[in-house]
Design a protein around this ligand. Sequence first.
Ligand SMILES: Cc1ncc(COP(=O)(O)O)c(C=O)c1O
Length: 352
Amino acid sequence: MPTAYELMSDQELEQEITRLEAEAEHLRSLGLKLDMARGKPSPEQTALSHPMLDVLNSSTEMDDQGVAVDNYGAPDGLPSARALAAQILGVDPKNVIVNGSSSLNLMHDLVCNAYTHGIGGNKPWSQQGKVKFLCPAPGYDRHFKVTAHYGIENVPVPMLEDGPDMAVVKRLVENDPAVKGIWCVPKYANPTGITYSDDVVRKFAALTPAAPDFRIFWDNAYVVHTFEGEGDHLLNIFDALAEAGKSDMVYEFGSTAKVTFPSSGIAFVTASSADMAEIRAAFSVMRVSPEKVSQLAHVRFLKDLDGIKAHMEKSTGSTVPPGATPTAATSSRSTALRAPRRPSLAWRPSWA
Ligand SMILES: Cc1ncc(COP(=O)(O)O)c(C=O)c1O
């Protein structure tokens, strides 16, 4: 499909350049100091989690349901942290691993594991010739970098108003065994802020992939974020899979990076029991055991899903007023997160 610019005549392009140069000059003249880093909360937002730094001290009992917090062990994470992550994702805690501080890191490790060791007894992706990943576009560039890093062909799929174009996804997934996965941010997707409709989620769950080692990488980074009232509704993909009588098709990820501290949160993954057994085996080679002290701090601070909701409520209070344009005064620090759909709301992530 030609771009808008490709459809323009030379004269129209000249006019457009003049208009854009004037716009750039106007923005320069505002003297803004904006931190445009993607998905980066403002200092006001991270400050809301500073009290978490006080919940542990040298008198804290380093025990979580019989698990030593201050030593090796519990490779799946602390029982209380797994329960919290399970509540966040709406799944069974027995199918949850809490590990590390970055969900992207977990995604990377699972792409890497599929590439070197394969999924479900199938050959490693690296031994299957050309393999492909579907990339709803526009999307989150760090996802695409992971698959590109392994020489996997990233295939763009158009994003519609309610999620990826499922007719295209179905055609590619069900007819091409080289298609091994798809990157999805189902709630408030980068960069447009779209949340997948129930229909789209059900269509994902109903897929019959040509490749037995096809997995949906369901990055639910913004699962607990709300911006107006209850926020967007997202159908639980595992409920949709159960409805469709499917399993072993989804790896779901989350983290508290955008809830407490980016890069110092807790990260988690869930999948079917069979997939989790494989993930556990892979992680047992990559890691001894996770950062359980941070997990304990998170559980003591956030407590449960209601605690998370209350915490997120506080952060929506520190918003830029609806429709406000950042000024030199308001934007000297990294200001509230912004994205196209509802730009006034602080926890709306922003992506370049
Ligand atoms: C959709 C999405 N997934 C993952 C991440 C990174 O999360 P983490 O810090 O848990 O790796 C981001 C960060 O902006 C993101 O926007």
